[in-house]
Ligand binder design. Structure first.
Ligand code: GDP
Length: 321
């Protein structure tokens, strides 16, 4: 199977790790990264796109290696100044990071699309891979919670540190949203489509919710392979397992595979979970914990080698269910 062009769907920190692994081993023109924008919001008049920026900073080498988001060595003088005015300053916007939001907001105000803005930002930071927002429309993830009712995504995630109990997750603004030409072309030309180990509900589901996206993916008779974010019933980081339990799923790599259903025809999960029964036509295990930059490249290589080994000329659409 000739895997020339690879598309990977990702959210922020977890997805950026796999995207970075792929970026280390593929020529840049072979990789396109489609990124969740359901986390994006307006904050003090600025358009903030946390997942796009996490991927941008990861691929450009600017990222804070401890947090996995934000810019290494960034300071917080602007936030301190906001607090002096009596503002809460709960969303951590670093001083250097602010430059990204200022430029993005200016260019959006001048009429450029988010796709064009991100293309300019990544080019100026020397990132050669294509980095595409899932849509140019403003789609917003909303979390219904027991304690506070409906919460905007960043209020849920950052302000309340994803502690409220979620009862539902919704995506606002879908009626005006569509798949961009660039995203449609990238998916249409892909020889394999990977789903990063990103949070299935908070990072991948918003991408899938863009009208037309599921159909585009399902129309491609190519390997469509997800990497599990759940290892031994736990998320490596963040609320994936907690959310699964709250939304009525058993927190496990198998339940994630079932959730993706016929969108995927291949699944990679952790070797620590080797005994699980995975309801996907092709499934395999690796050490999927990416602790170092070398781990990212190693796992990305293992995934591509495995997909490459799939039989030629077989239809890939089958899904035993
Ligand atoms: P966020 O938007 O910044 O929360 O990032 P993502 O949604 O892209 O990624 C969060 C998910 O990545 C979590 O559910 C983690 O379990 C998963 N994750 C993070 N690091 C790893 C890793 O090294 N291996 C695997 N398999 N999953 C990971």
């Amino acid at each position: 199977m000739a895997l020339n062009r690879i598309v990977v769907l990702v959210g922020g920190v977890g997805g950026a790790k796999l995207a970075h692994g792929l970026a280390q081993i593929l020529e840049p023109e072979r990789l396109t990264i489609i990124v969740n924008t359901g986390d994006d919001f307006w904050h003090y008049g600025l358009r903030v796109c946390p997942d796009l920026d996490t991927v941008l900073y990861t691929l450009s080498g600017l990222v804070d290696p401890v947090n996995g988001w934000g810019i290494a060595g960034d300071t917080a003088h602007m936030l301190e100044a906001l607090r002096r005015y009596g503002e809460e300053g709960w969303f951590r916007l670093g001083d250097r990071d602010l430059a990204t939001h200022l430029l993005r907001t200016m260019w959006l105000r001048q009429g450029r699309t988010l796709t064009q803005v991100m293309d300019e930002l990544r080019a100026r930071l020397g990132v050669p891979q294509r980095l595409l927002p899932m849509t140019d429309a403003e789609v917003a993830t909303v979390v219904d919670t027991v304690e506070h009712g409906e919460l905007e995504f960043q209020t849920y995630f950052v302000r309340y540190r994803w502690q409220p109990v979620a009862t539902a997750i919704r995506y606002r603004g879908l009626e005006g949203a569509s798949v961009s030409e660039d995203v449609a072309r990238a998916i249409g030309e892909a020889d394999a489509i990977l789903f990063g180990p990103s949070n299935p509900w908070l990072s991948i589901a918003p991408i899938l919710s863009v009208p037309g996206m599921r159909e585009l993916l399902l129309a491609r008779d190519v390997p469509r392979v997800a990497l599990s974010p759940i290892i031994e019933g736990n998320a490596v980081k963040g609320p994936a397992a907690k959310l699964m339990a709250e939304l009525g799923y058993e927190p496990s790599a198998a339940a994630v595979a079932r959730y993706y259903g016929d969108l995927i025809n291949g699944y990679v999960f952790d070797e620590r979970d080797a005994g699980l029964n995975i309801p996907v036509a092709r499934a395999t295990t690796f050490d999927t914990l990416m602790k170092t930059q070398a781990d990212r490249a190693r796992l990305a290589g293992q995934m591509l080698d495995w997909i490459n080994s799939w039989g030629r000329n077989e239809s890939l659409g089958d899904h035993p269910g």
